[in-house]
Design a protein around this ligand. Structure first.
Ligand SMILES: [Zn+2]
Length: 132
């Protein structure tokens, strides 16, 4: 399989206080999760290892929210309320970026795959998978 080159995408929250860069292909493979929080937020997951994500600004406006197992750290902008990225339960050593929060200039396409995060333990019996 050919490995797509990684490019720099930029994104952030609605008010612009939180801004980040993420390295990913121009044609994104993202996932839509049906768990309680992803459904309400409309989050589209782009999972990346920590070294491919850089928070440029806004650390001081990020509010943390945890529920259920508490392993995922949900981060949202305390001014505009938008969760543009967070630390998922499935990848505590990486980040899940909300593909809807990327600037569209660099995104060629998005291929969306459905994930059954509502039944997390069944979807990811090894305790590790794509989401939370
Ligand atoms: Zn904001």
């Amino acid at each position: 399989m050919e490995i797509a080159p990684l490019i720099v995408h930029r994104g952030g929250c609605h008010c612009g206080r939180v801004r980040f860069e993420v390295l990913a292909p121009a044609r994104l493979e993202v996932a839509e999760c049906n768990c309680s929080i992803c459904t309400k937020a409309g989050f589209l997951h782009l999972i990346v290892p920590a070294e491919r994500f850089t928070l440029i600004q806004g650390r001081e406006t990020l509010q943390s929210y945890r529920f259920n197992t508490g392993r995922a750290e949900h981060l949202f902008c305390r001014i505009c309320g938008v969760k543009s990225f967070y630390v998922p339960r499935s990848h505590p050593d990486g980040f899940s970026v909300n593909a809807r929060c990327l600037d569209d200039a660099t995104v060629e396409s998005m291929n969306v795959t459905a994930i059954d995060g509502r039944h997390w333990e069944r979807a990811f019996p090894a305790g590790r998978g794509e989401f939370d």
